[in-house]
Write a protein that binds this ligand. Structure first.
Ligand SMILES: *[C@@H]1O[C@H](CO)[C@@H](O)[C@H](O)[C@H]1NC(C)=O
Ligand SMILES: *[C@@H]1O[C@H](CO)[C@@H](O)[C@H](O)[C@H]1NC(C)=O
Ligand SMILES: [Cu+2]
Length: 289
């Protein structure tokens, strides 16, 4: 009986270890240690909003999907300064175990002069970066999550140069699709943006969490082990269109080729997310990798 219990406990361990979240953020030369969910909250000070478990969120409508559980600002909450157009890198516990699924980054401006004390569930979020199926098929392709793992279990993203100055939450999210329901791993950090522009997100780009996703979204119900997945080379990334992307008639945005009626961002401009062009849309090349 006892032996059996120990065996089950040992078997459970790797599963528990096979989760996690953002443990640190780097901005320029500055390194910000993240919140430590398994240490006492007392005395912890971090730019990352407190969270309490490595376990994923399994429901797109869970109240904690904005900034994890519980995602309220800490007693000693910090805010990192950053310049619009600057890059920052989030680091997950290495080696991140889930290579199948999209990477997403959102931001939300807080009212007033600080995000400290602001309930993340009341904010309007816009998506600044995403990477879905990069190449290959849904069944055995290369995903944003795989790119994150390949890059030292980290994700580097650029603060759009055009957003207004002010206090923001940034929300890093990796979604894992190796089992259903889909697993959400969001963490938020507080930023103070300077040197920005005047391009507020449009209403079509703004969403709430919960609200941005539905448990029936095609990108969240997709069975990557199905027969159909073996020939499927497109993947609809959940959530709103990217901030600053030209209006699209389809829910799947395409990299704007030519003749867009609205001014398109320069291909090298900072408002184009680093991997935004790698969403796997319409890829018809080799699927043999
Ligand atoms: C890889 O990530 C770890 C944090 O998880 C960091 O300490 C280390 O410097 C990174 N290595 C490189 C080469 O960036
Ligand atoms: C898929 O994309 C990854 C990341 O960009 C790249 O390393 C890999 O070579 C690509 N594979 C194919 C078959 O294009
Ligand atoms: Cu996991």
């Amino acid at each position: 009986m006892l032996t059996k219990f120990i065996c089950l406990a040992l078997m459970a361990l790797p599963r528990a270890m096979a989760h996690g979240g953002v443990l640190a953020i780097a901005i320029g030369g500055a390194w910000y240690n993240g919140w430590q969910p398994y240490n006492s909250p007392t005395g912890q000070t971090s730019i990352i909003r407190p969270w309490s478990t490595y376990n994923p969120i399994l429901d797109a409508t869970d109240p904690t999907i904005s900034c994890n559980d519980d995602g309220t600002s800490g007693a000693l909450q910090l805010t990192a300064p950053i310049t619009a157009g600057e890059k920052l890198t989030a680091y997950w516990n290495p080696v991140w175990p889930h290579p199948y699924g999209p990477m997403l980054v959102y931001m939300a401006q807080c009212p007033g002069s600080t995000c400290t004390g602001v309930n993340s569930g009341t904010l309007k979020w816009f998506k600044t970066d995403q990477s879905g199926l990069i190449n290959g098929t849904v069944f055995n392709g290369f995903w944003g999550d795989g790119l994150m793992i390949a890059d030292n279990s980290s994700w580097t993203t650029t603060i759009p140069s055009t957003i207004p100055n002010g206090p923001y939450l940034i929300r890093f999210e990796t979604i894992a699709l190796h089992s259903l329901p889909a697993q959400f791993y969001p963490e938020c950090a507080q930023l103070m943006v300077s040197g920005g522009g005047s391009k507020a997100p449009t209403s079509a780009e703004l969403v709430t969490f919960p609200g941005a996703y539905s448990n029936s979204d095609p990108g969240l119900t997709i069975d990557i082990y199905s027969n159909a997945a073996q020939t499927e080379t497109t993947y609809p990334i959940p959530g709103p269109p990217l901030y600053g992307s030209p209006p699209s008639s389809s829910t799947i945005s395409t990299p704007s080729p030519t003749g867009s009626p609205t001014p398109t961002p320069s291909p090298t401009g900072p408002s184009v997310p680093e991997y935004g062009q790698c969403g796997g849309i319409g890829y018809t090349g080799s699927t043999t990798w």
